[in-house]
Ligand binder design. Structure first.
Ligand SMILES: *Cc1c(COP(=O)(O)O)cnc(C)c1O
Length: 660
């Protein structure tokens, strides 16, 4: 038995070798696809290190503690979550990654402080707006305790989170955003609970508000002022800085505020200078320019008699989404260490020149802390491809002349004439459409001609792909020939920034990475909205219009992961088409493997319907009444009516996404 099996395998092997060598004569030899090829293609080392990589099985692995700990197989994890009835799409949070990011940021500042003999400390805060989910904020507070890491609030509800969650003595609560009397008084009163709130004046009107509240409560607050820098920001959020920015006080306004506080005998309350020049700052030179200006304002405030003591450099620390290490908007040309070094060195220099005490340094990095900790995994439901031709038979004499012309064009395509051939093919296709519209071409002929047209395009694309320079008119060819992969996801709910501001996130399959991805595709989501798609992907240079993916296999799921989406996406997601929150799990690495710390079930249909004021019991009752009526009218059988009601009621308790 064993020997025959063995023999068979040998024969098979020989046969395969034969086929392969025959193939090698006709095609250029294709080296076997290796995981290294996938690493390069999806640039995982560029954006994923040290957390994400690929193992020998061709699966994405996650090392949540960076270089300090073990790793787990993401594909296996997803499979085991599915066995626990947690369907896709699923957001997987790795609390260890969050901790590692926080440690890194603090370590970089500690190193910079030591390196430049900085005579002060770093007290970072996490801007709650970046990700307000309770488990995450609670984790951050816990992980940040050794570093007296605090929180930043940009609104009243965020202040409520910060006040109740932060329990680290000495950690700061930076109070930003528009404020009313209640906001200000609540912040001040929390000093009595041992908190250290710093109320940052963003509008001139807030000065009076604060003075009045302080008199009324007899509490001396710690105040900060947000400066409108004239240094320019960069990229999408560049408008956060500059003379006409939405937030902050201009220099004349800062002086007015100082004067008002002085009159109220509260100049000693003014202790912090804040600036924020926008998110995802891709160029370190922009950070340096802003720092230089802010340092001079800080020094000036000290010289005006304000007590000072804190300099808050805001957020903006970037993420390398495409791994290119450039000042492209999806990248950044500096490391966290470069950033910390520049902050520390610049502030030290400015204070030394005017012989003033250096301040405690505060930063409000959100994106840099929260982006890596979550991975969104979703499945592909199906694909749509351009109809291709397996065999091309020459058209016979009786066929339509247009078909024969298209065929000749097809045959003629070469490196020397592909552009001309493309225009010919386009023209024939247009002729085909107008002939058809006037009734001179049959449906069958039109189908034949269109198929041939796509065959021409594909052949031209094969030529173009090998060219260094692609003529403008052919640039969209890749995109128009791409397959569409239908994904079990709502872009509006899970990746709103991809839709709203064309932000790029690394996306790749989490398995089959030892196989060549032979398809090129764009992604279309579940919503009935043509904007619900992803058709820009990270690339070393600029962006690419299609993503390399594997052909689907029958009865086998295909999982994609979207990475670095841990900041801003969750709360900005919306309920377009009533696709609700996804399932979320929190994974913590243990010596034996991993542990699921929390499961937050995604919205059910009852829940999303409730958001738009539908009561599920009323809905069921309505359907019940209608089925009764239909039964009386003999329009439905009893079995059908029962099945309909069963489906209806069951759906209400289910996940809003498709289960496959
Ligand atoms: C949004 C925001 C931040 C966070 O910015 P990141 O780029 O995520 O670090 C920090 N401070 C203020 C005032 C903000 O508005």
């Amino acid at each position: 038995m064993e020997t025959t099996q063995h023999l068979k395998e040998q024969q098979l092997h020989a046969l395969r070798a034969q086929i392969e060598s025959a193939g090698a004569l006709t095609r250029s030899p294709q080296p076997r696809w290796k995981i290294e090829n996938s690493e390069e293609l999806y640039r995982i080392q560029g954006w994923g290190e040290p957390y994400f990589s690929i193992n020998a099985a061709g699966h994405v692995t996650v090392a949540p503690q960076g270089d300090r700990g073990g790793s787990l197989d993401l594909f296996e994890l997803v499979e085991s979550l599915k066995r626990r009835n947690l369907g896709l799409p699923i957001l997987i949070r790795f609390s260890d990654i969050l901790e590692d990011r926080l440690e890194r940021l603090n370590a970089c500042f500690a190193k910079a402080i030591a390196r430049y003999n900085y005579d002060g400390v770093y007290r970072g805060v996490f801007p709650v707006k970046c990700n307000q989910q309770r488990h995450l904020v609670e984790d951050l507070v816990r992980f940040g305790r050794p570093h007296q890491f605090g929180l930043e609030a940009g609104s009243k509800p965020e202040l409520l989170i910060a006040l109740a969650t932060l329990n680290t003595p000495g950690a700061l609560i930076i109070c930003n955003g528009y404020k009313d009397r209640e906001y200000v008084e609540t912040a001040m009163l929390s000093q009595r609970l041992g908190q250290t709130p710093i109320i940052v004046l963003e509008q001139l009107e807030e000065v009076d508000l604060v003075i009045e509240a302080s008199r009324h409560l007899k509490i001396r607050p710690i105040l900060g002022v947000r400066a409108k820098l004239s240094s320019k920001g960069i990229g999408r959020w560049g408008g956060s800085a500059g003379d006409r920015a939405k937030f902050g006080l201009s220099i004349p306004e800062i002086l007015t505020a100082v004067e008002q506080l002085k009159q109220a005998d509260m100049l000693d309350c003014l202790q912090l200078l804040h600036f924020h020049i926008g998110s995802q700052i891709s160029a370190i030179s922009v950070v340096k320019d802003a720092l230089r200006e802010a340092c001079q304002i800080y020094v000036g405030l000290v010289e005006l008699g304000a007590r000072m003591g804190y300099l808050d450099v805001g957020g903006g620390l970037g993420i390398d989404y495409d791994g290119s290490k450039t000042n492209f908007h999806a990248s950044k040309n500096y490391s966290i260490q470069n950033y910390a070094n520049d902050v520390v060195a610049e502030v030290k220099e400015a204070c030394k020149a005017r012989q003033i005490t250096v301040p405690t340094l505060v930063s409000e990095s959100g994106r840099a802390i929260a982006s890596h900790q979550s991975v969104l995994v979703f499945d592909v439901l199906g694909t749509s491809d351009i109809p291709t031709l397996d065999t091309l038979e020459p058209p016979s004499e009786e066929e339509h002349p247009l078909l024969r012309e298209m065929y000749d064009t097809y045959l003629s395509i070469s490196i020397n004439n592909y552009q001309e051939a493309y225009h010919d093919a386009l023209q024939f296709k247009e002729e085909c459409t107008s002939l058809f519209n006037f009734g001179y071409l049959s449906l069958t002929d039109r189908a034949k001609i269109e198929r041939l047209f796509w065959a021409c395009c594909r052949r031209i694309l094969d030529v173009v792909r090998n060219e260094d320079y692609v003529p403008d008119d052919l640039e969209n060819l890749e995109k128009s020939l791409a397959s569409i992969y239908y994904i079990n996801l709502s872009v509006f709910q899970s990746v709103p920034d991809s839709w709203a501001i064309d932000q790029l996130f690394p996306i790749m399959p989490i398995h089959r990475l030892n196989e060549e991805p032979t398809c090129r595709a764009t992604l279309a989501d579940l919503t009935c909205d043509s904007d619900g798609k992803i058709d820009q992907f990270i690339d070393l240079r600029d962006v690419k219009p299609v993503l390399e993916l594997h052909p689907l296999r029958d009865n086998e799921p295909y999982y994609l992961g979207l990475f670095l989406g841990g900041a801003y996406q969750e709360i900005m997601g919306n309920l377009h088409n009533l696709f609700g929150d996804t399932n979320t799990v929190h994974i913590h690495l243990t010596p034996k493997g991993y542990q699921i710390e929390h499961v937050v079930k995604g919205d059910t249909m009852t829940e999303v319907l409730g958001y738009v004021q539908y009561d599920s019991e009323d809905l069921v009752e309505n359907i019940r009444r209608r089925t009764e009526q239909a039964l009386q009218d003999n329009a439905i059988t009893l079995e059908e009516s029962q099945l309909l009601l069963q489906h209806y009621e069951h759906s209400l308790s289910q996940y809003t996404y498709l289960s496959v």
